[in-house]
Ligand binder design. Structure first.
Ligand code: GLU
Length: 326
């Protein structure tokens, strides 16, 4: 026993003085799906299992929002309105993502949040405060958006959020401010070139995104791998933990820009109309945001923001003329 302790002490001493080298194996152990760490919160939904969100209908005239009010002068919000409340609080609280390049991402040099959604949010801040920077951003996952609004943790969600009838049951939306198309991201050398090729394959989607539901409808035999963020889907695809990712081209183009071995394939699987999410009961804020959007379109500012951020998407679908419920 004593010999063994002495031998261990000698080994520790030699190691500390650098006399003993532990040689690393010539090559790392092969990277297999089995020993690759999976992202926290990952859930695998076999064919037939429900997805999140579980259902949607299209029977609510979902794109119709509330008629805009005449825009008050910047920095002078009418009293007893949600905008006056926000102005009094000194900041607009906006739910956003940091991993949805080019819609919202953290600039690695400055640390600032930047992108199309960020600039749209800044225009709303400008309209309220006469200052585009009076925003407190709250970073959130796709699955957090509706609850963050319902719990009044944020004033607005500006995060590639599609207007759906299911979501409309819980929150309100502005008029659409962007139209995306759901597509597929796959490795260049793979045989996946359209939705039918996903039959029996593993496809990554973020939990709480609309993408899962449409995929289930189009390719019922695919296994859906749900992760917290789209960035997690990118890593899983790079590790061969999934065969493809499917969501809005707006997000996939940003993932593809980070990896030359990946490409968007196949035609559009369906359109996604992005709206700014607002808690129910704040009709004045919905009307105000719609007025800001009308102004951004009319002034050419929306086009300038789109030109700055969305060139990687090629031609963007034309926005529908806004329709209003009342
Ligand atoms: N537009 C889709 C949605 O709102 C996907 C985008 C996302 O998850 O941010 O669910």
């Amino acid at each position: 026993m004593r010999t063994r302790v002495r031998a261990a002490l000698v080994l520790v001493a030699l190691t500390a003085t650098g006399c003993v080298r532990f040689t690393a194996p010539d090559s790392p152990p092969p990277l297999t799906t089995a020993n690759t760490p999976t992202p926290p919160g990952m859930v695998t939904q076999r064919p037939g299992a429900p997805t999140s969100p579980e259902s949607d209908t299209d029977n609510c005239n979902r794109l119709a929002s509330l008629r805009p009010i005449p825009l008050p002068p910047r920095g002078q919000m009418p009293p007893r309105t949600p905008m006056a409340e926000i102005a009094a609080s000194g900041r607009l609280i906006v739910g956003i993502d940091t991993g949805s390049n080019p819609f919202s991402f953290r600039d690695p040099l400055s640390g600032d949040l930047r992108g199309f959604d960020v600039d749209i949010a800044r225009e709303i801040s400008r309209a309220i405060f006469d200052d585009p920077n009076r925003i407190e951003f709250r970073v959130m996952r796709s699955a957090d958006r509706v609850d963050a609004l319902r719990n009044r943790e944020v004033d607005l969600v500006v995060k590639t959020m599609s207007i759906t009838c299911e979501r409309r049951r819980h929150v309100d939306f502005s008029s659409p401010y962007y139209v995306a198309a759901q597509r597929i991201l796959a490795v260049n050398s793979s045989k996946i070139s359209q939705a039918e090729d996903l039959a029996g394959k593993r496809v990554c989607v973020a939990t709480g995104a609309t993408s899962a539901l449409r995929l289930r409808q189009i390719v019922p035999t695919a296994t859906l791998v749900e992760t917290s963020t789209w960035a997690d889907c990118l890593v899983l695809l790079q590790q061969s933990g999934v065969d493809a990712v499917s969501t809005d081209d707006a997000i996939l183009a940003g993932l593809a820009a980070q990896d030359p071995w990946l490409q968007l394939v196949g035609p559009s699987l369906g359109e996604e109309y992005y709206g700014i999410g607002i808690a129910k009961g704040r009709d004045g804020l919905v009307r105000f945001v719609n007025a800001v959007l009308v102004d951004l379109m009319a002034s050419g500012r929306w086009r300038a923001i789109a030109d700055e951020w969305l060139s990687m998407l090629g031609s963007t679908a034309a926005l529908p003329r806004p329709t209003y419920r009342d």
